[in-house]
Write a protein that binds this ligand. Structure first.
Ligand code: DGY
Length: 328
């Protein structure tokens, strides 16, 4: 996508992008207002900064709600988020205010699927305890029964949210030896029986029959806290639960209880509520819970491309063209 220079249209960018995409952003001739610090843009600065802007590039940590749209004013044409998830954006408000919404699908699928596999392995193979043991001197002689976990071969994988990322996870884990794949979501996906031998099931069947349960779904009214104590109770005792979607799909107190009571074997989380999770949170104290700081898409390749896509979206909107990466 080649951009025509857009002269003096105010664009708010709530954080610095990576080097190459930042450079590209600066070449566009926007009247650029960009938060220069290595921190989220404070709410009041965000509301002041968006006033009179035609375009916005935001992060998933920015709340794009009615207050934001009201503060912006009627000239706002586009909000492009540096994420595939969009639960931080009030889409009804955007529609009402005729603001186009852009996002960054596809390019982070591989990075996020890789990290989902990493968390499956880390949780299933006691990586947290293993690293701690090495660093604390608790590592003694080789022991046949120490830190034994579970492998993929012959197991059932349950994918909640079989979109791009869910399918990429399923393909990866199939090559690790997963025998059966089941999934649940809004609709059955055509072709997945042929490509992955994956079966569309009820949520209940998925959680009761899977050895690995991975959450790759969007956070919506249907998925909000779908993983609660009663659901963990239905899972197998050897189940590994991994969440690279959004913290909000889990009732976290229910997960703490389930892990403490060993209702499931372990969990791997890249997302929590809130983020960052306070360091004294119970989940950090559990040996059977591995937590990463929302880095699913954190590869240079993915993040640079995500930055470029946001720039392309804003350039298109400000030139009256269709967004190349529009959330419809
Ligand atoms: C997203 O894009 O929604 C991920 O959570 C971060 O890249």
């Amino acid at each position: 996508f080649h951009s025509a220079p857009t002269v003096f249209q105010k664009v708010l960018v709530t954080r610095k992008l990576l080097k190459t995409s930042q450079h590209r952003l600066e070449q566009q001739g926007f009247d650029l207002v960009q938060w220069p610090h290595d921190s989220s843009m404070p709410r009041q600065d965000l509301l002041d900064g968006v006033k009179g802007a035609q375009g916005v590039i935001c992060m998933l940590s920015d709340k794009i709600d009615k207050e934001f749209f009201d503060a912006a004013g009627p000239q706002l044409k586009v909000v492009s988020t540096l994420s595939v998830g969009y639960d931080h954006i009030d889409l009804n408000q955007a529609r009402q205010k005729r603001v186009q919404v852009g996002y960054t699908p596809d390019v982070l699928t591989d990075a996020t699927a890789d990290l989902t596999v990493l968390l499956c392995l880390a949780a299933a193979r006691h990586m947290k305890s293993g690293i701690r043991a090495c660093e604390s001197g608790e590592w003694r002689e080789w022991r046949p029964d120490w830190l034994c976990g579970y492998q993929f071969k012959g197991k059932t994988l349950g994918v909640v949210g079989m979109g791009r990322i869910g399918q990429a996870v399923a393909h990866r884990l199939k090559s690790f030896g997963i025998e059966r794949i089941v999934y649940w979501g809004r609709t059955e996906k055509p072709g997945l029986k042929e490509t992955l031998n994956a079966d569309f099931t009820s949520f209940d069947q998925l959680v009761t029959e899977s050895d690995f349960v991975v959450a790759c779904c969007a956070l919506t009214d249907d998925t909000k806290q779908v993983f609660n104590y009663d659901v963990f109770k239905k899972m197998k005792k050897n189940a590994i639960f991994v969440n690279t979607a959004r913290g909000g799909v889990v009732d976290q107190d229910g997960l703490v209880r389930a892990l403490e009571e060993k209702l499931i074997a372990a969990a791997g989380l890249d997302v929590t509520t809130p983020e960052p999770l306070p360091t004294d949170h119970k989940l950090f104290k559990l040996d059977n819970c591995v937590i990463l700081p929302h880095i699913g898409s954190a590869t240079i390749e993915a993040r640079e491309t995500m930055g470029d896509m946001c720039v392309d979206n804003v350039v298109a909107a400000l030139n009256g063209k269709e967004l190349p990466f529009e959330l419809k």
